[in-house]
Design a binder for this molecule. Structure first.
Ligand SMILES: [Zn+2]
Length: 262
């Protein structure tokens, strides 16, 4: 366990201190852009970064970068916190992504389990009901996710009430693995919502039989940019921006929106 103590830079005995002009500037190692974004996004959990470790407020720590070279499939299944930023997420209107460009599909399971719960029961203890376009949607209160979802609805109702039809039959929490994989779906953590399937495109539904590394015939999306951007304003990313498009899918991932790296 790493214990962070405040630096005592002003407590040297005066007779042993070098004169100020001879003081050597200590070089502070740069915090990686991804770690900075995580600190900003999850202040209730992550309190500092030191020596390649994310330090949590309960005193535990987690390796930020495991140093392993990963291909697309390994990154999907075994992401560390650093891998989550492998593809930069760009806010704004939806454009067709390049082959296998999936910003946000790489998730460090240990990190999300630590914050949202490591079992269905534990995640459930944090769920609250959100009134969502006439439905009651269970969503986690952790990290302010439920309040952020409410803010998305408020924006849509204020600015684009004509878009309400896109939200009917939404669904959120479901503890399950991703089809064909052992990793947990983002829906397991209670911070992800699928809006109405009527206007949605999902690569597995569109192209049955295609697998993760196959080239997809074409990109599909019918969700308006105004919906995508309302979610992004409140900390969510859109599955409509993935090469493996899942246009109904919105996931609370503020760290990707705070990321200022390349
Ligand atoms: Zn989804």
């Amino acid at each position: 366990m790493l214990l962070m103590l405040p630096a005592c830079r002003f407590s040297r005995a005066s007779n042993t201190s070098p004169p100020p002009e001879e003081a050597v500037e200590e070089e502070v190692p740069a915090i990686p852009a991804g770690a900075k974004a995580l600190l900003k996004a999850y202040p209730d959990f992550i309190v500092s970064y030191s020596d390649n470790q994310l330090i949590f407020c309960d005193g535990t720590s987690m390796v930020y970068d495991d140093g392993e070279q990963k291909d697309h499939l390994t990154r999907l299944d075994c992401s560390d916190p650093e891998d989550m930023f492998f593809h930069k997420y760009f806010t704004g209107p939806v454009h067709e992504p390049e082959n296998c460009y999936d910003p946000g599909r790489f998730r460090c399971e240990a990190l999300f389990k630590k914050m949202y719960g490591s079992s269905a029961e534990e995640v459930r203890t944090h769920l609250v009901d959100v009134q969502w376009f006439g439905q009651k949607i269970p969503f986690t209160s952790v990290n302010g996710a439920a309040d952020s979802l409410r803010a998305v609805q408020a924006d849509i109702l204020a600015d684009h009430p004509e878009l309400k039809k896109y939200f009917s039959n939404s669904s959120s929490f479901c503890w399950r693995t991703v089809r064909g994989a052992r990793r947990l779906s983002a829906h397991s953590y209670g911070m992800t919502i699928d809006i109405g399937t009527k206007f949605s495109n999902y690569w597995r539904w569109s192209y049955r039989g295609k697998e993760e590394l196959d080239v997809l015939p074409s990109f599909q999306n019918r969700i308006p940019d105004e919906v995508v951007m309302a979610f992004e304003r409140h900390g969510f990313i859109a599955g409509a921006k993935w090469y493996h498009f899942d246009s109904m899918h919105f996931e609370f991932r503020p760290e990707l929106l705070y990321y200022e790296g390349e």
